[in-house]
Each structure stands twice: as C-alpha cells, then as structure tokens.
Design a binder for this molecule. Structure first.
Ligand SMILES: Cc1cc2nc3c(=O)[nH]c(=O)nc-3n(C[C@H](O)[C@H](O)[C@H](O)COP(=O)(O)OP(=O)(O)OC[C@H]3O[C@@H](n4cnc5c(N)ncnc54)[C@H](O)[C@@H]3O)c2cc1C
Length: 405
C-alpha cells in the first residue's frame, strides 16, 4: 500500500468513475471522494425524466454499490464542501476549517444550474440535484400551470414530464427553435410539433422580464404560472481553480490527459475545458457518457498512464416517449442529409462539413444510425451523401466501404 493520497473533489458521475478507474489502474494509496451533496454519487438523467413521472418515484441510482467501494478502498466524504486549494502546501481546506493533504488531486466539481438574472428569478426552480427533482415532483399534478423557461434539453424534458403528469405546460424560449444549437431548423420544427402535439404550448423569441407570484412577466404580458422551472444551462464550478490560480477558460483548462498546468492537479467532466486531439481544439461538454469516460480517463491519468482522451461527443434525450440522440458537433456543419422520413417512427439527419465529411448526426429512435455516424465522424473522409440518404443502403456497409476506400 502506497502512502500517497488522491483526493477527488466532486461526488458526481465524473468523480465516481475517476475513483474506480484510479484504483483499477493500480493506484495503491488512499482515494477519497469529497462531495458537497449528502448522497453517494448518483445518476442525474432520471431527475428530469423518470423521477418526475414514475409512480412510485424511483430511488436514485448510485454508480457503484457501497460494497464495491469498500472492497476497492474508496472513501466517500459526503456533505463536505472544499473551499480552498493551497497548492504550495498541497492541501485542501474544507468548509468546517479542517485541512486535507493531497498528492494527486482531481477537480470534478461539475456545474450549477443557472438562475434567471431577473427580478424574482429566485422564485423559479432548477433541476440539477435529487432535492431539485423532488421539489419539482411535489409541485406537479393535473391542471397545475407550469412554465418552463428555456427550450434546451433540460427545459424540454421537464416540459414533457410535467405534461405526462397532467400539467398545463408552456415553454418560453428566447431563441427561435427547440434545441437550436443541435438541430437543423426542420428537425427543430419537428420536435416543436411533437411537443405541441402532446399539448405543450411553445413560445419563441420571448424575453423574460420578471417572475412574480402571478407568473412570468414577458414584454407582451404575464404568462400565468403555479410553478416556474428554468433550464437555461449551467455555470461551471470553477471557483476553486480560479482562486488557486489555475487556467480557466469557461472551464478548467486541461490537456488530453486531464492535466492542468499543475502536475498534481487534474480536472474532468462538466467542469473541464479539455483539449480534444481529434478536433485539435478545446471542448466543454455536459453529457452523461462524457462524464463517465472523462472520469475514467482522469483516473488512469492520475495513476500515471498516458492515454489521450478522444471520445467523440454524444448525448441522448427522452421526450414524450421519443429517444433523440446527437453525435459529434452538428453546429459545425455546412449541410445536412436526411435519412428516412422526418416525422416517421425512426429517422436521422447526418451533418456534413464543407468537404462533405460527416461531423455530426441527430437521430430519432435511430440508435444504429447514430452508431454508424460516430464511425463516419471518426473516419473524417468525404461521405457518399446519396448512400447516407437511402434507407435501403446498409450503413455498416457504407462505413466498411469508406474504411477500405
Ligand atoms: C436533470 C439532468 C438530466 C440530464 N440528462 C442527460 C441525458 O439525458 N443525457 C446526457 O447525455 N446527459 C444528461 N445529463 C448530463 C449529465 O448528467 C452530466 O453531464 C453529468 O452529471 C456531469 O457529471 P459531473 O460529475 O462532471 O458533474 P456534476 O454532476 O455536476 O457533479 C459535480 C459534483 O461536485 C460537487 N461539488 C461542486 N463543488 C464542490 C466543492 N467545492 N466541494 C465538494 N463538492 C463539490 C457538486 O455538488 C456535485 O455533486 C443530465 C443532467 C441533468 C442535471
């Protein structure tokens, strides 16, 4: 057993996977996950889905069973906030004044749901933690007037869940479309129609001015609400890194090995702005698979392995019983190709750059197409757009042909 201590700040998905992979990569010292929340690391996607709709409410799903954590000698220090990193002494200071030494440190502090910076903004609920989901769940019900601010993934998922509980739901969005950053205009229109078909009212180009006891005040009047929920993104929890003098550019800056400029300090997950060797640029992602795989990569890097992290972006969302998946970076596309019929039971859009290479894909109930798209993105070669558009052409065959060509 080594006498070294690895401290992981943040008991979310990234921290949980990092701790396990650090041990599995052979680190023999002490591993402690220090988390501000009172719960062992749990899965967040159900917070805006099953936890709002299912009866009875599903219990939070922990990433690792307590017995497994014990067996691997991973300690959880919960309900504990780290307030300072003293880099010169290699110590953390906790909110209760205690200090904890580290030899290797991972910052996996994730993000905090953003509130609306308007008068009464604090009246609105957000969804990031188990307590948030329980507070929203308790307010939902038949005929309750719910206003969701933001037509991004979280706002739309909550809108769908609230509707499933019989609420009267309105979504207010400042932009012009649903999930405007990831979807083509036609796709976004389809998604909007899905919501409207389920009885959700959508309003675009809306600026919220105030939230009052009556509802949401917009330029053209008040949208009455019993509950207001905002889904307008997160603020990355970078304050420890900033105060410690580490580089932060919208997220804690790390290389492809999750390393900050301090050789003892690593960062990963939602909080990180990481170098992606495939894109040759820095990315910030907020997605489940990234949190898991970046956490695993960070654990290995902390154990001294040199394996560059180059997982391609991917996320899914479930709304009104439909599974939507997004791979790659659709926002970097110059054109797109539809496979299947928009509005059919299953369809996908491949996003191509100016050279005709697949840079992203968006699919509805189209997991196979999205898997193929990930392979195509990785190949970075001009694709046969006609073959992509033709549902009778086997995509595995298209991928195989491109690999050979
Ligand atoms: C409601 C919801 C639904 C989602 N649905 C999907 C989905 O369908 N598909 C998908 O791909 N992704 C989804 N995601 C995204 C995914 O869950 C996140 O990307 C992932 O949870 C990020 O994990 P993380 O560990 O990096 O950060 P976080 O989950 O934010 O965890 C960070 C932890 O660090 C703690 N912490 C912060 N500062 C300190 C400190 N100073 N001291 C101690 N502890 C600290 C925080 O309290 C928190 O527990 C969803 C997220 C949410 C919130």
């Amino acid at each position: 057993m080594s006498h070294e201590a690895a401290m992981i700040v943040g008991g979310g998905q990234t921290g949980a996977y990092a701790a396990m992979s650090l041990r599995e990569a052979g680190f023999g010292g002490r591993i402690v996950v220090i988390g501000e929340e009172a719960h062992a690391p749990y899965d967040r996607p159900p917070l805006s889905k099953a936890m709002l709709t299912q009866e009875p409410m599903p219990a939070p799903a922990p990433f690792h069973a307590p017995a497994k954590l014990d067996e691997r000698g991973i300690e959880l220090r919960l309900a504990t906030r780290v307030v300072e990193i003293d880099r010169s002494a290699a110590r953390l200071r906790l909110a209760d004044g205690a200090t904890v030494p580290y030899d290797r440190l991972l910052l996996a502090t994730g993000g905090t749901a953003r509130h609306l910076a308007v008068p009464g903004g604090e009246r609105a609920l957000t969804v990031r933690t188990l307590e948030d989901a329980m507070a929203i769940r308790a307010r939902l019900g038949q005929g309750v007037r719910v206003v969701c601010v933001g037509a991004g993934v979280i706002g739309l998922e909550v809108a769908a869940s609230a509707r499933a509980r019989g609420a009267e739901v309105t979504v207010l969005e400042a932009g012009a479309a649903c999930m405007g950053r990831s979807l083509t205009p036609a796709f976004a229109q389809w998604l909007g129609a899905l919501h409207e078909g389920a009885g959700v009212r959508l309003r675009f180009g809306v600026t919220v001015r105030e939230i009052t006891g009556e509802g949401v005040v917009c330029a053209d009047g008040v949208v009455p609400a019993d509950v207001v929920i905002v889904g307008i993104g997160i603020t990355r929890n970078t304050e420890l890194a900033v105060a410690a003098g580490l580089a932060v550019e919208g997220g804690i800056v790390v290389d492809e090995f999750c390393r900050t400029e301090d050789p003892a300090i690593f960062a990963a997950g939602d909080v990180a702005a990481f170098w992606h060797p495939f894109y040759g640029s820095r990315l910030r992602l907020e997605a489940w698979r990234h949190a898991m795989n970046h956490g695993i990569a960070a654990g290995r890097a902390m154990a001294g392995r040199r394996e560059a992290y180059a997982d391609l972006p991917w996320f899914w969302t479930d709304q009104h019983g439909v599974n939507l998946q997004v791979a790659g970076l659709p926002e970097r596309a110059a054109s797109s190709v539809l496979r299947g019929a928009m509005g059919g039971a299953s369809f996908a859009v491949f996003h191509l750059d100016a050279e005709g290479c697949v840079v992203g894909a968006t699919g509805v109930n189209a997991a196979r197409e999205i898997r193929a798209a990930q392979a195509l993105i990785g190949l970075r070669r001009p694709a046969d757009a006609a073959a992509l558009a033709d549902p009778s052409r086997n995509l595995q065959g298209v991928v195989a042909a491109m690999r050979l060509g």
